[in-house]
Ligand binder design. Structure first.
Ligand code: IPD
Ligand code: CA
Ligand code: CA
Length: 272
C-alpha cells in the first residue's frame, strides 16, 4: 500500500479528531492538582488523565481506522500490525500538566509504508493544533514555516538534556556538555514536552532542540511537522537501520540554521 497525499491528509484529519476529543477533559483537569502515580521512578509521573485521554484517542482511532495498530505510552501495543500504525502520547509533558504549568500536548503520529505519513501535536491550553501530512504542515489551519535564527549566538535552544539517568551514568561529562550549550546559545530553556518543543521549532517559535531518551510516541508526529515545515530533524542513536521515530535522540533546527557550525555537533557527537 502506498499512502498518497489525499490519504495522508485524511489520516491527519483523523488524528486531529482524536486529539481534540481529549481537549475538554485535559482543560478541565488542568490546575486541579490531580493525583500522581509513578512509573519507572519518581521522575516519571502519570495521572488518571493520561490513561483516560489515551482511551479516548484509541476509541476514535479504532472507529475511524479499523484494523490499524496503536502503540500508546500508557496502554502499549494493541491491534493488528497491518498497513497502518499509530503512535500515541496522550499527554507529553505530564510533569507540567500535573502541577499546572501550561506546556504539555497530545501527540499522535501515523506510520505507513515505512514512514510517518501524518501527525498532530495538540496544545489543549492554547487550543493550537499543529498538523502535518505529506501535503505540508499547519497550525490551526494556517501553513507554518520553520525559519528563525541562523547560528547558536542568536538562537533559542530547547533541551531536556541531561536527565537524571544521564547524570547518574556520566554526570561530569553530561554537565560539561550542558555547559557548552548554555555558553554557546543566546538562550537555553528546559520547558519539558519533546513533542510540543518540536512543534514550536516547526513553527519558528524556537530555533533548535536537542532531545535524548525519547520514545516513538514523543517524536513520530513532531518529526513530520518539523520536516514538512522546512526544518531539519536528525534522529540520533538507536539500532543500526532503525526508523527515525525509533531513535532515542534527536537534533532539530529551523531551516537555514548553521547546524554544521553549531556546538550541538560536539554535544551530540555528530560529524559536521
Ligand atoms: C517526556 C517529555 C520530556 C522528555 C522525556 C519524555 P512524558 O514525556 O517529553 O520532555 O525529555 O524524554 O519522556 O513522560 O511527559 O510523556
Ligand atoms: Ca512523552
Ligand atoms: Ca506521556
Amino acid at each position: 500500500m502506498t499512502t498518497d497525499v489525499p490519504a495522508s491528509r485524511e489520516l491527519a484529519g483523523i488524528a486531529e479528531l482524536a486529539a481534540r476529543a481529549t481537549g475538554d477533559r485535559l482543560r478541565t483537569a488542568f490546575r486541579s492538582r490531580p493525583g500522581v502515580d509513578h512509573k519507572r521512578d519518581f521522575h516519571d509521573p502519570v495521572t488518571e488523565h493520561d490513561r483516560a485521554a489515551e482511551e479516548t484517542i484509541r476509541e476514535v482511532l479504532a472507529k475511524e481506522t479499523p484494523g490499524s495498530a496503536v502503540v500508546g505510552e500508557e496502554g502499549g501495543a494493541q491491534g493488528e500490525d497491518g498497513d497502518l500504525r499509530w503512535y500515541v502520547d496522550p499527554i507529553d509533558g505530564t510533569a507540567n500538566f500535573a502541577v499546572g504549568l501550561p506546556f504539555f500536548c497530545v501527540s499522535i503520529g501515523a506510520v505507513a509504508d515505512g514512514q510517518v505519513v501524518a501527525g498532530v501535536v495538540y496544545d489543549p491550553v492554547r487550543d493550537e493544533m499543529f498538523s502535518a501530512s505529506l501535503d505540508g504542515a499547519t497550525c490551526n489551519g494556517d501553513p507554518i514555516q520553520s525559519r528563525g535564527a541562523t547560528c547558536d549566538r542568536s538562537a533559542v535552544l530547547v533541551t531536556g538534556y541531561p536527565n537524571a539517568r544521564e547524570l547518574r551514568r556520566r554526570g561530569d561529562e553530561a554537565l560539561r556538555r550542558f555547559g557548552l550549550m548554555v555558553d554557546a546559545f543566546a538562550t537555553l530553556r528546559r520547558p519539558g514536552s519533546a513533542a510540543l518543543t518540536l512543534a514550536h521549532v516547526a513553527s519558528g517559535w524556537s530555533d533548535a532542540a536537542y532531545g535524548t531518551s525519547v520514545n516513538a510516541w514523543d517524536v513520530a508526529a513532531a518529526l513530520l511537522l518539523v520536516r514538512q515545515a522546512g526544518g531539519t530533524y536528525l534522529p540520533l542513536g538507536g539500532e543500526p537501520g532503525c526508523a527515525d521515530w525509533e531513535a532515542p535522540g534527536y537534533l532539530a533546527c529551523v531551516g537555514g540554521f548553521d547546524l554544521a557550525g553549531s556546538v550541538l555537533t560536539q554535544v551530540a557527537e555528530i560529524a559536521s
